[in-house]
Design a protein around this ligand. Structure first.
Ligand code: 6R9
Length: 572
């Protein structure tokens, strides 16, 4: 590593002079220009003379390895863009990526953007029902998938009349493909050297990320190409990715971290990044770092807690001296985890806070800034963040008082709407502030301290799961009369789903039934959404207007004060 000096100036200095113009100037972008994320992450990096630099080092679960340079990536993303155009996909249509973390997922993302369509990445772990809800909502026209996930798509196809193209990236011709299905083999595809990239402008829609809320179906958070201005700059200043860094973002691109920083932020900075398409195991993660000499590592508290559980000794078995900067996102990063990382790796994890809706890191610990373990750090320069009163949405002046985290609208990567749901989007703004739905306080030195979410959304291992989706799935089971899903404490995942269920007459509260219901949800939605525990109850606490009071169940589970229950209809 040549230069260890952080890109960002000392915080107090940077905050005085920062403007998004720095990002625009570095990217050679002027207001009104064409701006296409696909182009910025590939062609532009090649024009800067880095065509032969490695863009992606990929490793599969069998140990197979693939490497692609920026020039490979430029050509292959062109191939995908051309292929989609020839299929008849038009700019603005939604193209879903439903794949494991294979190279096609990463290049597919940029290929879709290059031809002007909107890219909709979804976790390959989703079951047919989770997939259906999101494809129906977005009116998706094409989906990239792998053989192993194809049955899930076939299963729901009859309910998706607009889904005309199912593109299988690893078809081997053994079983015939069906109507609407087509094979595309990226590594064997004709390399397209020059493609007429769609001339998107700042406000052209780019990425549609589905995120869970408390009520209603998951919402499609709509981003635009201009988000690049924030993502490029935050990747540079917060993740501090240097030219000779080997970067590893452990997030799946089904989650915003995997696209904002696992694709856009990293590659617009011309970084070499590694992807490990395999499940979590401490030893294989350490081996991966050692083998590829990873220097910048962006991960999540759940993973860090799982590594901690396996002990410092496990970490010490490997040569992890290449690591020079660590960051984390997704859930509160406990002070113990920060201190442990210093013990295990000699450096501390830097907590970063943001959301699907913000598109980029908004509060963070910066390289070089004093870390207060347990704190999320300070607002990114150029983004005005505060905490506001829970009732009036007026900024709280007094230090240490808990309020809702609020951001002044206008940062480049803010979502522009929720797909077909402008009303919910508008409801996020009060008194001129965008409200995050998280509570925090700010201390005397301006550091943010996370308190908790302001709604019932369950954060399991950094993934947000909406209780509504789980409850809806539960209700489809023939034995379930009513249900309530909440998060219960868990040492590794912070929260896991617990469901409270009342049964229909004629059904008995048995262990067998509990397991059957759990499996029912896993198959429909995903393993993450599956309740880890089911408690059969005779009644659920409800408000007088009949709304299930998850808050009461949650408080019991966490051993907290229940608070005001004057609206409670029945006794527990
Ligand atoms: C990037 C991402 C957003 C929600 C957010 C909050 C929680 C994220 C956090 C954190 C405490 C942190 N969250 N980072 N909580 N400390 N550093 O996670 O996006 O999936 O939309 O989740 O995650 O509750 O509101 P998303």
């Amino acid at each position: 590593m040549t230069d260890h000096k952080p890109y960002m100036k000392p915080y107090e200095e940077e905050i005085k002079t920062f403007s998004w113009d720095i990002s625009k100037n570095e990217l050679g972008y002027k207001d009104g220009d064409v701006i296409n994320i696909g182009e910025y992450c590939t062609d532009r990096i090649c024009r800067m003379g880095k065509g032969e630099k490695l863009a992606l080092i990929w490793e599969g679960y069998t140990g197979e390895e693939k490497r692609y340079t920026f020039n490979d990536m430029r050509q292959l993303t062109n191939s995908i863009a051309k292929y989609l155009t020839e299929l008849g996909i038009k700019p603005g249509e939604r193209v879903c990526l439903f794949m494991d973390k294979v190279p096609e997922l990463y290049f597919g993302f940029l290929g879709v953007l290059k031809m002007g369509a909107i890219v909709q990445p979804l976790f390959s772990a989703f079951g047919p029902e989770s997939l259906l809800t999101r494809l129906q909502d977005a009116g998706t026209s094409a989906i990239f998938t792998q053989k192993k996930h194809l049955p899930k798509v076939r299963n729901i196809l009859k309910d998706l009349p607009g889904l005309n193209h199912i593109i299988v990236v690893d078809d081997d011709g053994v079983k015939p493909l069906r109507e609407k299905e087509t094979a595309f083999n990226m590594d064997k595809a004709e390399r397209v050297d020059s493609f007429d990239i769609y001339p998107s402008k700042a406000e052209t829609p780019s990425v549609l990320h589905y995120t869970s809320g408390t009520t209603g179906k998951p919402k499609g958070a709509q981003h635009v190409h201009y988000s690049l201005i924030s993502q490029y700059m935050t990747a540079k200043y917060v993740l501090d990715i240097k030219d000779d860094d080997i970067y590893w973002c452990t997030a799946d691109p089904g989650w915003v971290t995997g696209t904002s920083y696992g694709i856009i932020g990293a590659w617009s900075n011309g970084a070499t990044q590694c992807v490990l398409d395999a499940g979590f195991k401490s030893e294989s993660w350490y081996k991966f770092i050692e083998k590829h000499k990873i220097s910048m590592w962006y991960s999540a508290p759940t993973a860090i807690r799982a590594l901690m559980k396996d002990g410092t000794e496990t970490a010490k078995k490997f040569d992890l001296s290449s690591l020079r900067h660590l960051a984390s996102v997704g859930e509160p990063l406990n002070a113990e985890a920060v201190i442990w990382s210093k013990e295990a790796f000699g450096i501390m994890f830097h907590d970063t806070f943001w959301q699907t809706e913000t598109g980029c890191i908004v509060v963070s610990n910066y390289p070089g800034m004093k870390i207060k373990p347990g704190s999320m750090g300070k607002p990114f320069p150029g983004i005005e963040v505060t905490v506001v009163d829970l009732k009036t949405s007026v900024p709280i002046e007094k230090k240490g008082v808990v309020g809702m985290i609020a951001i002044k609208p206008g940062w480049p990567s803010m979502i522009r709407t929720y797909w077909n749901n402008e009303i919910t989007y508008k409801s996020k703004f009060q008194n001129g502030w965008y409200l995050c739905g998280d509570r925090a306080s700010i201390d005397e030195e301006g550091y943010f301290w996370f308190v908790g979410r302001d709604d019932d959304v369950i954060n399991t291992g950094g993934h947000l799961v909406g209780p509504f989706e789980i409850e809806s799935a539960l209700l489809e089971h023939p034995a379930v009369a009513e249900s309530a899903a909440i998060g219960k404490p868990d040492p590794i995942n912070m929260e896991v789903v617990k469901a409270f269920i009342t049964l229909k007459p004629g059904f008995d509260q048995t262990k067998m039934l509990e397991l059957e219901i759990m499996n029912f949800v896993r198959k429909k939605l995903s393993a993450l959404a599956m309740p880890q525990e089911i408690e059969f109850v005779d009644t659920l606490p409800k408000t007088r207007s009949g709304k299930i009071m998850r808050r009461v169940l949650r408080a019991q589970e966490w051993g907290e004060e229940i608070g005001d229950i004057s609206t409670l209809e029945n006794d527990m």
